[in-house]
Design a protein around this ligand. Structure first.
Ligand code: THU
Length: 132
């Protein structure tokens, strides 16, 4: 994808990260999904005292997209710290595959300094589970 659009999406993920509710792990994550019509939906991780009830930033962004009538995600940016390019966890990869059945969703794995690496969902999850 073009550099300007990618950088803007990364910046929105970095901004969303600031809103993370992560009192238990102190590990803040931000995500931003770009849809086909140009709308962006952000998300952050939201933890819970019942740890398993925690929702990741990527899935929070998906929820935000769906409840607001968004569809056809083309790219997602995510970030968590300044040392690693953020990768989505396995559950989030599967959830993203629901909305990118061909796996062509672009994934921008960012650091909090704004640098990023670009990959695709199919590269990270070659065989997603599907119900036929
Ligand atoms: N987390 C995310 O938000 N996304 C991921 O892909 C991996 C993990 C969150 C969940 C939890 O709040 C914290 O990071 C530590 O696991």
């Amino acid at each position: 994808m073009d550099t300007k659009t990618a950088q803007e999406l990364v910046n929105q993920a970095i901004e969303a990260r600031e809103k993370a509710y992560a009192p238990y792990s102190k590990f803040k994550v931000g995500a931003a999904i770009l849809t086909k019509n140009g709308t962006v939906f952000t998300g952050c991780n939201i933890e819970n005292a019942s740890y398993g009830a925690t929702i990741c930033a990527e899935r929070a962004a998906v929820c935000n997209m769906i409840v607001n009538g968004g569809a056809d995600p083309t790219a997602i940016a995510l970030c968590y710290n300044e040392t690693e390019f953020a990768v989505p966890c396995g559950i989030c990869r599967q959830v993203l595959s629901e909305f990118s059945p061909k796996g062509d969703l672009i994934i921008l794995m960012a650091k909090t300094d704004g640098t990023y690496q670009e990959t695709t969902l199919s590269a990270l999850l070659p065989s997603s589970f599907k119900l036929n």
